[in-house]
Write a protein that binds this ligand. Structure first.
Ligand code: UD1
Ligand code: UDP
Length: 369
């Protein structure tokens, strides 16, 4: 069996690491494709180094223009690769444009698709990622769900139950695997920070960043936080901060640094007093690291993190963000339980399910040759 894995963004690299390792360990023929959606050294290459990822066999260099151009470029670049490589299965992870483009391209060339992180739903169709999730889940032949609520979402949408596998959260496996290595990071010394004395923030979601009012509101909340805030700045946010009118005072009071590699970021996250984020993956990691999380969004597809009391949806209003920070600093929000299967066997379940359910790959109507 030949498996093609297609990645393109920071969270994709993190999710795919344990699966690639498992394919290598099992001696399964595989092709690794990087679309080039993320391309800066600290958004791409550093993860290959930190996570021991092999060099991609193919780099498409698609870059990030408009969503349409990005998806179209990836599909145009991928089509001849899929046709010549003839994989038996394409595995995609997460919910980014590279995930959608790869799944669509596989489907249009008659190649079966497996989706890791299937079934998450925010029910917010204004989010580009929500459209990506829905489309990919309805193209895929095999769906790997991270949580029981994700399984239920898929069933409600009419996905055949035999195609759904509850395997757990692949990001948890990466975190468990690299925790010791991350512990060795010198980032706290480098930034002169002591454990549990600072908050860690990330913002990059289009609805927060591309709306200057919301960005200003979030930035001024971070600036007025009672404990120092470290903000490794996503390139999308950097562009908007340069353009939008954000008061110099707000910018100066937040400690803005470049995006970090996985190991440094993990060390900074696990030692933070709290995190403020609009990231999907960080909501999950904060739960696993028992670091209280404030989510700068009005909804989440990571519902389990809220249900377990590890995460609070606060949105983008300054006063509400500051109230939530105070609440964490004053209280002792107990973080309960790890969700089932958020462990170090997720890739094992994924690869086993693929090998044991080859009949699910036989439904493709035609194959382009
Ligand atoms: C994308 C995903 C988002 C995910 C995020 C992870 C989509 C629709 N969005 O958002 O779901 O949470 O990745 O970080 O796929 N840029 C650089 N250098 C880079 C990468 C991006 O300068 O290495 C710039 C691009 O030129 C562009 C902007 O950042 O102007 C946005 O990049 P893009 O990949 O379109 O979306 P993200 O905001 O990164
Ligand atoms: N991350 C990182 N360096 C940073 C910021 C985030 O390594 O400077 C990691 C983080 O630990 C998590 C992942 O990137 O594993 C989340 O990616 P991101 O927030 O970009 O995307 P999302 O999860 O929202 O799709």
């Amino acid at each position: 069996m030949k498996i093609m894995q297609i990645v393109g963004t920071r969270p994709n690299f993190i999710k795919v690491a344990p699966i690639i390792q498992k394919l290598v360990d099992r001696g399964i023929d595989h092709v690794f494709v990087h679309t080039g959606q993320h391309f800066d050294e600290n958004m791409s290459k550093v993860f290959f180094k930190d996570l021991d990822l092999p060099e991609p066999d193919v780099y498409l260099g698609a870059g990030s223009k408009s969503g349409v151009q990005q998806i179209a470029n990836i599909m145009l670049g991928l089509e001849p690769i899929i046709i010549s490589e003839k994989p038996d299965l394409v595995i995609v992870v997460g919910d980014v444009n590279s995930t959608l483009a790869a799944a669509l391209c596989a489907s249009k060339t008659g190649t079966p698709v497996a989706h890791v992180e299937a079934g998450y739903r925010s029910s917010d169709l204004s989010m580009p990622e929500e459209i990506n999730r829905i489309v990919v889940d309805h193209i895929a032949q095999i769906l790997f769900a991270p949580t029981e609520d994700a399984v239920e979402n898929l069933k409600k949408e009419g996905v055949e139950e035999r195609r759904i596998f509850f395997v757990g959260n692949i990001m948890a496996e990466t975190l468990i695997k690299f925790k010791d290595k991350a512990n060795e990071s010198r980032i706290l010394n480098k930034l002169k920070l002591s454990p549990k004395t600072y908050a860690l923030a990330t913002i990059h979601r289009a609805e927060n960043v591309d709306n200057s009012e919301r960005l200003e509101s979030i930035m001024s909340a971070l600036a007025e936080s009672p404990i120092p805030v470290i903000l490794p700045l996503h390139p999308r946010t950097k562009k908007q901060l340069d353009k939008a009118f954000i008061s110099e005072r707000s910018k100066a009071r937040v400690r803005i640094i470049s995006p970090l590699g996985y190991l440094d970021f993990m060390k900074l996250q696990s030692n933070a007093r709290l995190v403020l984020t609009d990231s999907g993956g960080i909501q999950e990691e904060a739960l696993l690291l028992s670091v209280p999380c404030i989510t700068l969004r009005y909804n989440t597809e990571r519902i389990i993190t809220v249900e377990l009391g590890a995460n609070r949806l606060v949105g983008a209003e300054k006063e509400l963000i500051l109230e939530a920070v105070d609440e964490i600093l004053l209280g002792d929000r107990e973080i309960i339980n790890t969700p089932p299967f958020w462990d170090n066997k997720v890739a094992h379940r994924v690869v086993n399910a693929v090998l044991e359910n080859r009949s699910l790959l036989e439904v493709v109507p035609y194959r382009v040759s």
